[in-house]
Design a binder for this molecule. Structure first.
Ligand SMILES: Cc1cc2nc3c(=O)[nH]c(=O)nc-3n(C[C@H](O)[C@H](O)[C@H](O)COP(=O)(O)O)c2cc1C
Length: 342
């Protein structure tokens, strides 16, 4: 185990006294510094690596960092050094934006959960791409793209197309985020006709870019857990029809049933961590039954242990990602998951 992973249990009570977003900024900064001194890679020899071929890419292992943790691609090399086989940066928008007013990130330790309404705070796609051009790491890097908060849904396609074109040369894969609850109207893009139009335009552009650059960058779609069976069927139909390269299931939930009675229950935003685990796994199973066999699923939502990751793989995911689990379990979760899925 790396030094940082073994320090986390001692640091956690102190971090949890800090405002959640400040703690996140502090840990990211510390990680970058630790990586500069080679401290993150020190324990890597003990991490079991089971490479996975998926999406036409070679993943050093099946565990990824979920979008939102490194929104602006500021620490990709450090995440890779920590042992992640892939890192999804973003969500990135065409123009930089500050996101929602603070506070906008809340911990619910009783439930091992988070509520966030960050609102796509990010440095903008151009600045992130500049950072990614310089990266030197083993991890596969996905670029998660979205629309600016003030772009109406009717024009959303332009924002996604813009980000796709700018990110294409540096991305190993692109994730189209249509499932964040914190950008007004974004999840409406999951409606059958909206998604058909949006993805139709993006697939066309992806084909053009492939012709121009000679490289195929797979494009995945990230979906919400709050979908009825009929919506799941409609989405799967469109994904199959357009030969979408993969699906990321799921984003955070707006459902509060699992935390009913908690003092933060009424905070607006997406709920993540343990309370979303079961639903996210159900959505993975449902899509696995409906999608073409060759369309992989990245399973994400409530993975707090190696066994949780195994459940996602058993439900049909080819790869998994974590976010909230890292807050509650620290970098030791990387070893737990890699050991369980080895
Ligand atoms: C603070 C925070 C910010 C997030 N930001 C994004 C984002 O920008 N784009 C995105 O696609 N998902 C975002 N997510 C969702 C995560 O990538 C993930 O899908 C979700 O949290 C469920 O996984 P978890 O239970 O392991 O956290 C965010 C999650 C959290 C907690």
């Amino acid at each position: 185990m790396s030094l940082v992973a073994s320090l986390y249990p001692a640091l956690k009570p102190w971090l949890f006294k800090m405002d959640a977003e400040r703690a996140h900024e502090w840990t990211t900064r510390m990680m970058r510094i630790a990586n500069g001194f080679g401290l993150l890679t020190a324990g890597q020899g003990s991490l079991p690596q089971t490479p996975v071929q998926c999406l036409g890419l070679n993943f050093p292992n099946a565990l990824g960092l979920a979008a939102g943790m490194d929104k602006s691609a500021s620490a990709v090399t450090a995440w890779s050094a920590l042992g992640f086989g892939f890192v999804e940066v973003g969500t990135l928008t065409p123009r930089p934006q500050p996101g929602n007013p603070k506070p906008r990130l809340f911990r619910l330790p009783e439930h091992e959960a988070l509520i966030n309404r960050m609102g796509f705070n990010n440095v903008g796609i151009h600045a992130a791409v500049k950072r990614l051009e310089k990266r030197r790491c083993k991890a596969v890097v996905g670029v998660n793209i979205g629309k600016n908060f003030d772009t109406p849904n009717e024009a959303a396609v332009n924002d996604y197309l813009y980000c796709l074109k700018v990110a294409y040369p540096v991305a190993d894969y692109i994730a189209v985020n249509i499932s964040s609850p914190n950008t007004k109207g974004l999840r409406d893009l999951q409606a059958e006709e909206s998604i058909r139009q949006l993805l139709g335009a993006l697939k066309k552009e992806q084909a053009n870019l492939q012709k121009d650059t000679g490289k195929k960058v797979p494009m995945l779609v990230k979906i919400a857990p709050d979908l009825e069976a009929a919506q799941i069927e409609a989405l799967a139909r469109v994904f199959n029809e357009l030969a979408v390269d993969g699906v990321i299931a799921t984003n955070t939930t707006i459902n509060r049933a699992a935390i009913s009675g908690h003092s933060l229950e009424k905070e607006a935003g997406g709920l993540s961590g343990a309370p979303v685990k079961v639903r996210s796994t159900q959505v993975i199973s449902a899509f696995r039954e409906l999608l073409r066999e060759q369309t992989p699923i990245i399973g994400v939502g409530g993975i707090l242990s190696g066994a949780d990751a195994q459940e996602k793989l058993q439900a049909g995911a080819a790869l998994v990602q974590v976010y909230s689990g890292l807050v509650y379990r620290g970098p030791g979760l990387v070893k737990d998951v890699l050991t369980a899925i080895a």
